[in-house]
Each structure stands twice: as structure tokens, then as C-alpha cells.
Design a binder for this molecule. Structure first.
Ligand SMILES: [Zn+2]
Length: 502
């Protein structure tokens, strides 16, 4: 079931009615979603992908839920959700931590949502500049209207899954006159290749005292989609510990763009973790928990994308004062990190409900959108039916990869980051701290990585951060200047969204 679902997900394509070309998710649909500012073209891409990739795996997903639960029950657990929680965190009660953290993030998220909704409403509806074209035809489905105090339609946030909103940064900049560094254009100007992006990431890790990538890594990793269009490849980026000496690899379809610059750091963080704990007995060669594994590369990424760091390595395009760009930089980070958190929350929240039998297959899609409306304040651009299966459009659902690890990682990485900043002796505002070349910060992080999962994760968290659990204090401190700025700038804007369907 799993193999069949993953293949359907990886190879689904949609046809563009204008040029008759076939679009795969990467790079075709991803590019349309990030670059187009045409309401109808975006709707075409969003709908095409969800109808094709999603519906195709609906039956098999229900079948898989039954199989996973059967397996869990044969091993003495109530259902598969318990197995996932124990497997990832050694803690069957972790879901209540998720709920509590989410509740602490919501007030800040609502402010970001209010500001973004206003900007998108002005651009797409009020100005009505780009929604007048009908070249992608009328959709047969019933449209969900975009209201200034309602949900944001899910197809205009620059990302097919709305997990990161950085691609609409130009529409929501606090100070449009002095935009922050556009890393994509800086890299293009400097003739970056995909290989160069990997070398830059590697150099950050080695500057902190970590080992460089191995010869096998450079030889065996596949980092670009093969030129031959007949070669089918699952593009979803991943890192592999091949469990042979020096054999670590990354697989991704990278392009020289800012999103992928982040992804390269993320994946390399996994490899550094593999390398640091490989001296341990086999049963301990894993992350302290799966969220820690996801957080390593992102923690480094928080440092590499500060304007301070980009300036210091000549990857900056702006000569603006930090004071002017501060909220632009923070807005960009908020679209990447803060926007993600409710998304990272609902995917497993929904799967836990499916595993527990709280929802039946006929309720799957409705419940999915109920959670998206409630926590993300977004809605499908058209009315969806119970025969649709929109969660299936996301790789991790048909591939059966747990997702709460990303939710916890996006909170924990700010705790890691703050701790490494302190260790590096950085004294400025948290959002602009750079621990590049700090061997001290490297040693501190390394001490945790070297222990793999031979020590309970809460003990390692305490050792690294002084806090013995996931906490929102660091991420809230990081975004405090933006939060204050938003308070001033959304005074006349509605905040929140209808919660009638809860
Ligand atoms: Zn990862």
C-alpha cells in the first residue's frame, strides 16, 4: 500500500490548458505557486494538484489506517497514534504538550495572519488587478469567497501546502522601499551552482568545528533532478545514513533559490548529526528524538540567514541600516517559521484522530479543513467534498511519515539557537545573532549530537538550553520586535476569523 501511494504522489502531473505542458509538483507546480500573482492560474495549479494527487490515495489511506492499528493492537497498544508518540518522544502524553504550545503561539500567529490577510485582500480583491483574467477558465466548483475578516484562501500564500509563506514576502513587506536581501538574486548574480550552495552550508558547519562532508557524500548524493525527463524521481528532499563507514547522502531536486538554500542547510544538519553519533553502539545512533534531528540544520539556518551573517560573507544585497530592515527581516522569518507552526500542528493532530477512530473515512476531508480553518485561519478556495482527499496531496501522508517532529522542531530550534548565541557571546537582539566560526557554540551543540539517543531527550534539552522541555519563550523573544510592530500596524484591521464550525 505504502509503495503504491508514494509512487502516485511522486509521479502525479497536471496539464496546463494554455500550453498543454504537463506539470509535476517539482519544479512545475511549485514554481507556479510561488511566482504567479494571477488568482485564477493559482487556483488552477492548486486544484489540479489536490484533485489528482489527493484523491488517488484516499482508499489506500483508509486501508493503511486499519493495518497500522491492527499492528499496534497486536503489540498491545490502543491504536497507531500511541505507537507514534512513544516512537518519537517516548511519551504517550506528548499530544497535550502540542496543544499547550500551540495555544501559546496562537496570539502571535493571529497578528501575522491579520496583517497578511489585509495585504492579500487589498492586492487580489480590492485592487482587483490580477483576478480579472479568466484564461484558466471558469472552475466548475463553488468558490469560497475571500472576506476581509474571514479565512485566507489556501491558494494565494505562495506555497501549495501553505506551510511557508515566504514567496509572498513582496506583498507583505513592512517597508517595501528597502526590501531585505533577496538571496535568490544574489546567488544568481554570483553564479552560484547547486554544488556551491552545498559548499557554503558545509563551510558554516566546519567553521564551528564540525567535520566536513565525506568523499562518499560528494560522490553519491543526488542533488538535482536528472535531466532525462523519463527518469522518475521522488523529489522530496531527504538525508540518509547508509550505515556503512563514511556513507551519508542527500537526495533532493535543488535549484539555486533561497528556499533550497534553507533546505540544503536543513538536510546537512541531519548528516552532521549522523556523523557525530556514529561512534555509538548501533541502538543509540539516532536523534535524541525525531524533532531534535529536524532542528539541527534549521538552527544553523537561523544564523546563516541573519543580515549580519549574509553581510559578513558577502551574500548581502542591502546596504540599509539594520534599524530599517529589522522588521522586513523578521517578517520574512515569520512567513517561514511562524506561519508553519499551525500547519505542523494539524497534520498529526488529524492523523491521531484518524488512528483513534474519532473520524471515519467519509469525514476525513471535512475534518482536515475544519482543523485548517480553526488553527491556520485558511480555507480551501473552492468548496471541497467528502470524496476529495486533500491531506493525501502532502508527501508525508501517503508516505506515512510522522509530522509532529516538525512542529516541535520549529519551536525547539529557537531554544537551541538562543543557547548557542549565548555560548558564542552574542549580545545583540536574538533575531540577528550569528554564531558563525564560534568553536564554543560548536562544542556545545556537538556535545548533544554525540550522545545520539543514549540519553533521554529532556536531559539533553536541559544540558543544551537550561530548559527541560519544548518551550515557546525563545521563539516569542525572537519575534518580539515584529510582534510590537504588528500591534501598531493592525490597529484598524480585523484580527482572527470566524470560529463557528468548531
Ligand atoms: Zn529533515
Amino acid at each position: 500500500v505504502l509503495v503504491s501511494m508514494s509512487e502516485k504522489d511522486a509521479t502525479a502531473t497536471i496539464i496546463n490548458p494554455i500550453n498543454n505542458q504537463s506539470y509535476a509538483l517539482e519544479p512545475g507546480i511549485v514554481d507556479v505557486m510561488s511566482q504567479s500573482r494571477d488568482y485564477n492560474e493559482l487556483l488552477w495549479a492548486w486544484l489540479g494538484w489536490h484533485n489528482n494527487a489527493g484523491r488517488a490515495v484516499k482508499e489506500e489511506f483508509s486501508e493503511m489506517v486499519q493495518l497500522l492499528n491492527k499492528c499496534a493492537q497486536e503489540n498491545g497498544y490502543k491504536d497507531a497514534s500511541v505507537v507514534w508518540k512513544l516512537g518519537d518522544y517516548d511519551d504517550a502524553g506528548i499530544e497535550s504538550s502540542m496543544d499547550a504550545l500551540m495555544a501559546e503561539i496562537m496570539p502571535l500567529y493571529r497578528k501575522l495572519h491579520a496583517f497578511v490577510r489585509k495585504k492579500l485582500y487589498d492586492f487580489y480583491i480590492k485592487k482587483n488587478s490580477s483576478s480579472s483574467t479568466t484564461k484558466f477558465g471558469e472552475v466548475a466548483e463553488e468558490i469560497n469567497k475571500f472576506e476581509p475578516d474571514g479565512y485566507i484562501p489556501a491558494h494565494i500564500l505562495g506555497n501549495i501546502f501553505c506551510q511557508h509563506w515566504t514567496n509572498i514576502l513582496d506583498l507583505v513587506l513592512p517597508f517595501p522601499g528597502a526590501p531585505p536581501t533577496d538571496l535568490t538574486s544574489v546567488m544568481k548574480k554570483k553564479n552560484f551552482t547547486v554544488h556551491k550552495m552545498f559548499k557554503v552550508a558545509e563551510e558554516f558547519f566546519t567553521s564551528m568545528g564540525f567535520q566536513p562532508m565525506t568523499a562518499i557524500f560528494w560522490k553519491e548524493s543526488v542533488v538535482q533532478r536528472p535531466a532525462d525527463p523519463n527518469v522518475k524521481m521522488v523529489c522530496h528532499a531527504s538525508a540518509f545514513d547508509m550505515v556503512r563507514k563514511d556513507d551519508y547522502r542527500i537526495k533532493m531536486c535543488a535549484q539555486v533559490v533561497e528556499d533550497d538554500f534553507h533546505t540544503v542547510h536543513h538536510e546537512m544538519g541531519h548528516v552532521v548529526y549522523f556523523m557525530e553519533y556514529q561512534h555509538l553502539p548501533r541502538i543509540f545512533t539516532n536523534g535524541a528524538n525525531s524533532a531534535f534531528h529536524e532542528a539541527v540544520g534549521d538552527t544553523i539556518g537561523l544564523s546563516t540567514t541573519t543580515s549580519k551573517h549574509l553581510k559578513s560573507v558577502g551574500l548581502s544585497s542591502d546596504d540599509d541600516e539594520d534599524g530599517v530592515t529589522q522588521n522586513d527581516d523578521l517578517m520574512e522569518r515569520a512567513l517561514e517559521k511562524l506561519a508553519f507552526i499551525p500547519y505542523g500542528y494539524i497534520i498529526d493532530k488529524w492523523r491521531f484522530r484518524a488512528f483513534r477512530g474519532d473520524i471515519t473515512p467519509d469525514q476525513y476531508n471535512d475534518d482536515w479543513w475544519r482543523l485548517i480553518r480553526k488553527y491556520q485561519g485558511l480555507n480551501a478556495p473552492v468548496v471541497r467534498k467528502f470524496t476529495d482527499f486533500d491531506p493525501g496531496a502532502k508527501h508525508h501522508v501517503p508516505a506515512n511519515v510522522p509530522y509532529s517532529r516538525y512542529f516541535f522542531s520549529y519551536i525547539g530550534q529557537f531554544q537551541f539557537y538562543e543557547s548557542l548565541c549565548r555560548e558564542a557571546g552574542e549580545r545583540g537582539p536574538l533575531y540577528n545573532c550569528d554564531f558563525y566560526r564560534s568553536k564554543k557554540a560548536g562544542r556545545k551543540l556537538g556535545r548533544m549530537l554525540k550522545k545520539g539517543n543514549s540519553v533521554p531527550w529532556r536531559a539533553l534539552m536541559r544540558e543544551l538550553t537550561g530548559q527541560s522541555d519544548f518551550k515557546t519563550s525563545s521563539i516569542l523573544k525572537y519575534f518580539k520586535p515584529l510582534s510590537d510592530w504588528l500591534d501598531e500596524n493592525i490597529k484598524d484591521v480585523p484580527i482572527g476569523w470566524p470560529s463557528g464550525d468548531e
